[in-house]
Write a protein that binds this ligand. Structure first.
Ligand code: NAD
Length: 360
């Protein structure tokens, strides 16, 4: 098995160094047998190759079983033209690998329940998986633009559109993932006011009836889902939704869990194509180079790759448990709430503590 690591910019290389440490531990003590390659992306690639994603790196990605990225972007590249921006490297990579589903877990570790803005009893044990459509909907629909009207005022417009195959492939992924969890999918749209939402609901319902009778399916309007996420978030198992609603609702759910430094994600495409795994945080230029970034989100992204693509759900469980144990033992990076009996560590200290638990 081959994993391509793309450290990128800012804290990206720092957190991926700890991912590397965890992989070395899993290879040495648990027979993982994962080969690791490194490549450039984002500003680092722009500086070295004159482009945020060089063709040879895309080829390396396609030849891998999975890709794990750190983060891209930073003030150094703020003035560069649109097509050379570091973020463009990430968009080109997603496009090049045909990644149409974004998986974002919102998971609350018991040791961090008090870091949430919600009460412990509402949040403790939270474990939601968002499956968000990633390359369709209103962010990509045509026509789009800003036009000047005859009276001199302007009109900005975008198009929300989904086809049956676009809905079916992401819904299939949500149902398949639910089978590995509690077996419940809640499909979220606004079928009451949007035709694209109505087609979404009809397509998901038909696919469920055809192929997924063993999974429990419910439907919810997006505005209600926003309310339910803060009222009783533990009612959800898998939430399936489109690009726009998924963007907003998964960010809201993420913050229920406390810190940006704890949240992994994955983007998946057709079976057989490598997925892209990455922490949801950015390059954090304000703390880059200081050795204080939280590597947990990146390490949990590796756990997702082990679970969903590298065929080792056992080692995914082990890695997630090691993170949870280390938090229970009181280890905290600066972004996590203090509390009694906690011990402040840096990026390396956290990575080492997790690796030691794994290797024990
Ligand atoms: P950010 O996520 O980089 O940082 C937001 C805040 O959270 C900062 O105060 C940062 O110090 C803190 N933070 C983030 N990750 C942390 C971690 N692992 N440990 C401790 N603290 C952490 O978001 P931003 O400041 O809006 O963006 C900075 C740069 O990152 C921009 O160039 C932006 O375009 C880019 N960005 C990249 C990605 C990506 O690579 N997927 C995502 C978001 C933003």
């Amino acid at each position: 098995m081959k994993l391509l690591l793309l450290p990128g910019d800012g804290i990206g290389p720092e957190v991926l160094a700890e991912v590397r440490r965890v992989i070395d531990g899993l290879n040495a003590h648990h027979g993982l047998g994962l080969n690791v390659e490194n490549g450039d992306i984002g500003g680092a690639s722009l500086d070295r190759h004159g482009t945020p994603l060089a063709p040879h790196v895309l080829e390396m990605a396609k030849a891998s079983d999975a890709v794990l990225m750190g983060a891209v972007g930073g003030p150094k590249w703020q003035g560069v033209s649109y097509e050379l921006r570091p973020e463009q490297g990430l968009l080109n990579l997603r496009k090049g690998l045909g990644l149409y589903a974004n998986l974002r877990p919102a998971l609350c570790f018991p040791a961090l329940a008090d870091a949430s803005t919600l009460k412990r009893e509402v949040i403790d044990g939270l474990d939601i998986l968002f499956v968000r459509e990633l390359i369709g909907g209103v962010y990509f629909g045509e026509p789009r633009g800003i036009e000047t009207l005859p009276d001199g005022t302007k009109r900005g417009f975008n198009t929300q559109s989904y086809t049956t195959p676009e809905i079916e492939r992401v819904a299939r992924m949500a149902f398949d993932l639910a089978r590995q969890r509690e077996g419940r999918v809640c499909s979220v749209e606004k079928a009451n006011v949007m035709e694209s939402g109505l087609l979404w609901r009809e397509t998901v319902t038909a696919l469920h009836a055809r192929d997924y009778g063993d999974v429990a399916l419910s439907h919810m309007y997006a505005d209600n889902c926003a309310m339910q996420l803060v009222r009783d978030p533990r009612q959800f198992d898998v939430i399936l939704t489109d690009n726009l609603f998924g963007d907003i609702l998964s960010d809201a759910a993420a913050m229920l869990t406390g810190s940006l430094g704890m949240l992994p994600s994955a983007a998946l495409g057709e079976p057989g194509m490598p997925g892209l795994y990455e922490p949801i945080h950015g390059s954090a230029p304000d703390i880059a180079g200081k050795g204080i970034a939280n590597p947990c989100a990146a390490i949990l992204s590796l756990a997702m790759a082990l679970r969903y693509q590298l065929g080792r759900p056992d080692l995914a469980d082990l890695t997630e448990k090691a993170v949870s144990d280390v938090l229970d033992a009181g280890y905290r990076t600066g972004d996590l709430l203090g509390g009694e009996d906690t011990r402040l560590v840096g990026t390396e200290g956290m990575g080492r503590a997790i690796t030691e638990r794994l290797s024990a």
